[in-house]
Design a protein around this ligand. Structure first.
Ligand code: GLN
Length: 290
């Protein structure tokens, strides 16, 4: 008598259909539906298809509806399920952390490429991640660098706590330290600095997608009037933080490559710009000459 989906598979397909109809062409309805339904019933997303025929309880149906309503109101999937995959690892999120973006994997790749060129991955390196958020960048690097250790710092105590918990859950607690603080409090000099600092122009934040402006922490986005405040501050201090021969890698907005390159060149660094999969400038590499 009811049209309510009876099985998990039917619920997943109905959810995908609704998301496709209401969220428009940029949406990823099938993937969203899979992740939301899996989280709502407490099952791993890759196990979901195996139980497609299972009947739903009323409580499960309500949990799926609640997750779907949040998504349709503009909340990102990662916020609803509370975690996001980055570099093949699953990171828990909190209100104080950005959702890790696929574009940010470009920063991890550029850093590893430099390490491959200069030291090799088995060398014990010291890494600092400034504005670590969920810890995604630092932990991804540690997962590829078995002898290295890292410090992640963040202005938000809650972010530092989230990152610390992620490191523990993923098995990197013994090689990482996460503290609340600013770049200036990071101990130096180290071999590698990575950072995805806030770089959005203050005036632009209200024009971003609602997924970002309503759900990502403004502290992690707002880079001041021209978006470059954090880079200026960190670059000014970089020679103290980084040993000669070391390198720093900054994520940037697609139109900030020139500005940061200029800033860094003037400060005496050797600079390279890396593009992301879409071909946009995404990372600036700063090498401190020996
Ligand atoms: N890339 C993020 C965005 O899409 C911004 C991240 C940042 O400011 N560090 O909004």
């Amino acid at each position: 008598m009811s049209l309510r989906p009876a099985t998990l598979g039917a619920a997943r397909r109905a959810a995908a259909k609704r998301l496709a109809a209401e969220l428009g062409p940029d949406a990823t309805p099938a993937l969203d539906a899979r992740l939301l339904v899996a989280a709502a019933i407490g099952i791993a997303p890759d196990q979901l298809l195996l139980v497609d025929d299972r009947e739903l309880s009323e409580a499960e149906r309500r949990a799926i509806d609640a997750a779907l309503d949040r998504r349709l109101a503009g909340e990102p999937v990662a916020r609803i399920v509370g975690e996001r995959e980055f570099w093949g690892l699953s990171f828990r999120l909190s209100e104080a952390t950005l959702v890790p973006r696929p574009d940010t994997e470009t920063l991890v790749e550029a850093t590893l490429a430099w390490i491959d060129r200069t030291h090799g991955r088995d060398k014990p390196l010291r890494i600092v991640d400034i504005g670590t958020g969920s810890g995604a960048i630092l932990i991804a690097l540690l997962s590829e660098l078995p002898q290295s250790i890292g410090l992640g710092i963040d202005l938000s105590e809650e972010a530092a706590r989230t990152a610390r918990a992620n490191a523990a859950r993923l098995g990197f607690a013994d090689r990482s330290l996460f503290t609340r603080g600013s770049w200036a409090e990071s101990c130096g000099p180290v071999d590698v600095i990575v950072s995805n600092p806030p770089y959005i122009e203050s005036g632009v934040i209200q024009t971003l997608d609602r997924e970002v402006k309503d759900h990502d922490p403004v502290l992690a986005l707002d880079g001041g009037d021209d978006g470059l405040d954090a880079y200026r501050a960190i670059v000014a201090d970089l020679s103290r933080l980084m040993r000669p021969g070391g390198a720093a890698f900054f994520e940037i907005g697609y139109d900030q490559g020139r500005a940061l390159s200029l800033l860094a060149t003037r400060a005496g660094f050797v600079v390279a710009v890396h593009t992301d999969l879409a071909g946009h400038d995404r990372v600036v590499e700063l090498i401190r000459p020996n």
